[in-house]
Design a protein around this ligand. Sequence first.
Ligand SMILES: NC(=O)c1ccc[n+]([C@@H]2O[C@H](COP(=O)([O-])OP(=O)(O)OC[C@H]3O[C@@H](n4cnc5c(N)ncnc54)[C@H](OP(=O)(O)O)[C@@H]3O)[C@@H](O)[C@H]2O)c1
Length: 421
Amino acid sequence: MARAFFIPPIPHMEVPVQTLPRVLCSSEAISSPATSLTTARANGVGLLGCGTVGSGVARRLLASHPGLIRGIAVRDPHKPRDVRWDDFSSDAFDVVDDPSVRVVVECIGGLGLARELILRAIARGKDVVTANKDLIATEGPWLAAFAARTGASLRYEAAVGGAIPIVRALGGSLAGEDVFEIGGVLNGTTNFVLDAMDGGAEYADALAEAQRLGFAEQDPRSDVDGHDAAHKLAILAGLAFRRPSVSPALARRGIGGISRDDVRAGAERGLRLKLVAVARKAGDVIEAGVTPAFVPEDHPFARPRGAENVVRVVGRGCGTLVFSGAGAGGDATASSVVADVLAALEARERGVQAHEGEDLVSAPLRAPVLVRFASGSVVTSDAMPLDALEAAAGGFGHVIQSLSKGRGEVQSMIPVWRDAA
Ligand SMILES: NC(=O)c1ccc[n+]([C@@H]2O[C@H](COP(=O)([O-])OP(=O)(O)OC[C@H]3O[C@@H](n4cnc5c(N)ncnc54)[C@H](OP(=O)(O)O)[C@@H]3O)[C@@H](O)[C@H]2O)c1
């Protein structure tokens, strides 16, 4: 029987996000890759931003599809760049409004200007490709619904996992799959830092090294506090479970309080410390969360090195699938952006499929916890939810108190990863 989908009205630019419905999740973000260069040349691309990701996109498209890019907007048109383009614009709205531009590629980032530009493009029925995980994780569901209303499309493969084609896989090859669990190690910066600590570095030195090498931003809070991983997990969970999902709903812990002693305590037990981000079905609810966790050395989550990512999908028919590779960086991310651009140009005529549903049910992840005491003893607790662990971190709840008998002050409490049975 045909189902009636609720398509929200086109929002006015100033309408606060909270007042807009989050009832649809688009799978149109995924479609098969483009093959026809003729189609691609007949349509224009407007590029917004030409930094780490945007310059990679520009170089690739200028080389592979000359004439396809019609405008490039940047903040400072006079800045020296390694992109051959004569006429950088400082007015990104001009590029969006250019009638020869059919696909708008947003590589500026953030929730302010980028959001306005994307709204403007969608309102004009233009296809949008973005690497902006912050925006997609918080407003993706209704932006996709807005795009469906105007006949535009919204693609964001690059927002999760850099070069790893997981968004497309979930909406394409795995579209009919009953997924039980999705997640893994989704943030390269924290993985780099934890790896360096495994090699003997202190947290502050490891983070400084990550910043020096360009793996961490000067303000690293989004990465180390787990926001970036939560954003990516929300996007993946929404696609995997075909329900809208937003990152503020996820339980989250970062790596800020981790010490070298914690890493060493895990290593002595054959465990590696990783920032794990997972959503999984547990009875009627979907547990989800981001937490540093000890992972057995032979587990797929222990695999990524440096800034790599790993994403594992567990489903009824597909079994366990593991995707891994470069999770960030200009070239890796640009590769996914360019694939989305070509797909948008090819698939213009496709209709948008929408999924009806309420917000994703979310409960915090549960895991046993390895508690390290000042006396040097280490005890593993029963499974407890991540938010109880947060509460215990302040007052040491009754579970921890019962473990602590005579062992002295608690130094750290870190979950130990257990796969669902
Ligand atoms: N870097 C990665 O590895 C990575 C990976 C995955 C996703 N992403 C996402 O990709 C997006 C871009 O990241 P990025 O690392 O490429 O950032 P970036 O290097 O800081 O580049 C940002 C670009 O935006 C331009 N810009 C800033 N304000 C502007 C304005 N008012 N008008 C026009 N252009 C403006 C800047 O112009 P100027 O060059 O003149 O300053 C710059 O070219 C973000 O959403 C990020 O989360 C990045």
